[in-house]
Ligand binder design. Structure first.
Ligand SMILES: Nc1ncnc2c1ncn2[C@@H]1O[C@H](COP(=O)(O)OP(=O)(O)OP(=O)(O)O)[C@@H](O)[C@H]1O
Ligand SMILES: [Mg+2]
Length: 391
């Protein structure tokens, strides 16, 4: 079915001694919509630049169709890029922006230059404007287009010379939310119609889940997980992924045996297995998988500390024995109410301990105490006091 097109083998990128990509191994299939997802500075753009040929990795190989292409310049790769600042030519109309690349004579290995015939250029430009739904916009000036329309011109321009792969670096970053959602569908539609590989970069997890066949979660230059959107959401590999993809309560647990997990000294039925007996684990419970019931019926009991109306549901923060969880529920439970909760076996997701254990998944930042601790005027005053003591 899907065939491997690009592979990064042991790719490491260092800048001034800092490791930005750390021994990355990954392949990209033909006709796949893949998204690189991770926080700012994790190395997403760097990885894209290495694939595009704008950056030579410190070590490791880039292969295209099984051939090592480390030394192939960008313009000789069958790969085009749409950058976040898509830099259209403001003095050219839509048609001429898209036609621009096709009008440049192509140089063959022996140095001879050939020009595409005018009617061939015209056919291709019109075909591409049709693909991005901009038929009839040929003579419009760039300045007269909306942000979404400009974005589509940039995509048409990158696709018109028929690359095998399109690299998109936060292509929707500049658009407002409604337009972003429309363009997500649009990009997906274009990718399916042309059947080429799209490698998209974003730090927006919703966008990654909505558009992609495959999501690659990256942190600190290391690939954390590769999978379908469903895999990544339902079966996060570690606390970083669980926290980065949607909201998660993450608590310490112990796997007592297959399908029995213990949290807060209580045992719960779950669906996970394959751990050592009594192995310490991280347990993810998604806010939408917790049912609020009466105190008497609850598997755990807690006190509501904050409620925020979110439209479809309430973000309800509940204190269980000093640990605060986020619960998303359509039931309104006022602050200070004592509630019980129930979690079905499929509401638990058990993960191996990792370097990210204990770093994420705690919602105590919603509480007032936290605000107090973080009061800058208070810490400044304390610092001043400390300084006086030292003198
Ligand atoms: N040419 C360069 N020289 C030095 N450092 C660089 C260079 N390019 C990138 N970096 C550093 O590498 C790290 C990763 O940068 P990169 O642009 O790949 O991140 P990113 O994941 O795309 O982030 P963002 O979401 O903010 O765009 C950053 O710390 C950045 O400062
Ligand atoms: Mg970037």
């Amino acid at each position: 079915m899907s065939k491997e097109l690009i592979r990064l083998k042991n790719v490491t990128q260092k800048f001034d001694g800092e490791t930005v990509l750390d021994n990355v191994n990954i392949y990209f299939n033909d006709s796949e919509f893949l998204t690189l997802l991770g926080p700012s500075g994790c190395g997403k753009t760097t990885m894209l630049r290495i694939i595009g040929g704008f950056q030579t990795p410190t070590s490791g190989d880039v292969c295209f169709d099984g051939v090592r292409i480390n030394d192939l310049p960008p313009y000789k790769r069958k790969i085009n890029t749409v950058f976040q600042k898509y830099a259209l030519f403001p003095h050219l109309n839509v048609y001429d922006n898209v036609a621009f690349g096709l009008r440049i004579p192509k140089e063959a290995e022996d140095g001879t230059k050939t020009k595409l015939p005018k009617d061939e250029i015209d056919r291709r430009v019109r075909e591409m404007l049709d693909v991005v739904s901009l038929k009839g916009f040929e003579h419009r000036s760039i300045a007269s287009l909306s942000g979404g329309q400009q974005q589509r011109v940039a995509i048409a321009r990158a696709l018109v010379n028929r690359p095998r792969v399109l690299l998109l670096d936060e292509p929707l970053g500049a658009l407002d939310m409604r337009l972003r959602k429309d363009m997500q569908q649009e990009l997906k539609r274009i990718q399916q119609r042309l059947g080429i590989t799209f490698i998209n970069v974003t730090h927006d997890q919703e966008e990654a889940l909505a558009m992609s066949d495959t999501v690659v979660v990256i942190n600190e230059g290391v690939i954390q997980q590769i999978g379908t959107p469903e895999d990544i959401y339902n079966e996060p590999k570690n606390a970083f992924v669980a926290d980065f993809i949607g909201e998660s309560n993450i608590v310490d647990g112990i796997m007592r045996e297959d399908r029995v997990v213990e949290i807060f000294n209580r045992r719960f039925a779950c669906l996970d297995g394959g751990f050592e007996k009594d192995e310490p684990v991280d347990v993810v419970i998604r806010p939408e998988d917790v049912d609020i019931v009466s105190e008497a019926e609850g598997q755990l009991r807690g006190v509501v500390t904050s409620v925020t109306f979110k439209g479809v549901h309430y973000d309800t923060i509940v204190d269980f024995y000093g640990f605060k969880w986020l619960i998303q529920t359509t039931d309104y439970c006022p602050v200070d109410s004592h509630i019980g909760i129930r979690i079905d076996p499929d509401g638990f997701h058990v993960m191996k301990k990792s370097k990210y254990s204990g770093m994420f998944g705690d919602y105590s930042s919603y509480s007032e105490e936290y605000d107090e601790i973080n009061d800058p005027s208070r810490s400044a005053a304390e610092e001043a006091e400390g300084a006086e003591d030292e003198e």
